[in-house]
Design a protein around this ligand. Structure first.
Ligand SMILES: N=c1c2ncn([C@@H]3O[C@H](COP(=O)(O)OP(=O)(O)OP(=O)(O)O)[C@@H](O)[C@H]3O)c2ncn1[C@@H]1O[C@H](COP(=O)(O)O)[C@@H](O)[C@H]1O
Length: 108
């Protein structure tokens, strides 16, 4: 497991620990209190902001918006009940499977 993956797993653990936290002191707890639709909306917003920063050729903003996006995506997984390992396993399953071949197979 790489260091980059480790930070996402550590962040997921912090997020899980905020499920019963006080929304006054925790932004994550505030998101959980607002509910799934709000969390999903934030994921959409952060994805669009990341894309806009890329098109505007602002690499530093792409970095910060990507971090916002990953954080909100991890909150959404926690809300839905998905363990990060499930997503890592799906990515691992795809290693070595060409995206071009996979797309062709879907059309059959
Ligand atoms: N990585 C993050 C992280 N990234 C972004 N954000 C917050 O996400 C928000 C995104 O900014 P926006 O302007 O879109 O938010 P907003 O305007 O308040 O949102 P809305 O008005 O749309 O509801 C900001 O308040 C950021 O502080 C994060 N909040 C928390 N974390 C991590 O989660 C941990 C726990 O945080 P708490 O739950 O606050 O203790 C922290 O230690 C961090 O590691």
């Amino acid at each position: 497991m790489t260091e980059d993956l480790h930070i996402l797993d550590a962040l997921a653990a912090t997020i899980a620990s905020r499920k019963d936290a006080d929304p006054e002191s925790s932004y994550t707890a505030r998101l959980f209190a607002k509910g799934r639709k709000k969390i999903a909306q934030k994921v959409g917003e952060e994805a669009v902001e990341t894309a806009i920063a890329a098109v505007a050729e602002k690499p530093a903003n792409v970095v910060s918006e990507s971090a916002d996006l990953l954080y909100h995506l991890l909150v959404l997984w926690a809300e839905v009940g998905i363990a990060p390992q499930e997503v890592w396993s799906e990515l691992e399953r795809r290693v070595g499977v060409s995206g071009v071949d996979e797309k062709k197979a879907r059309k059959k």
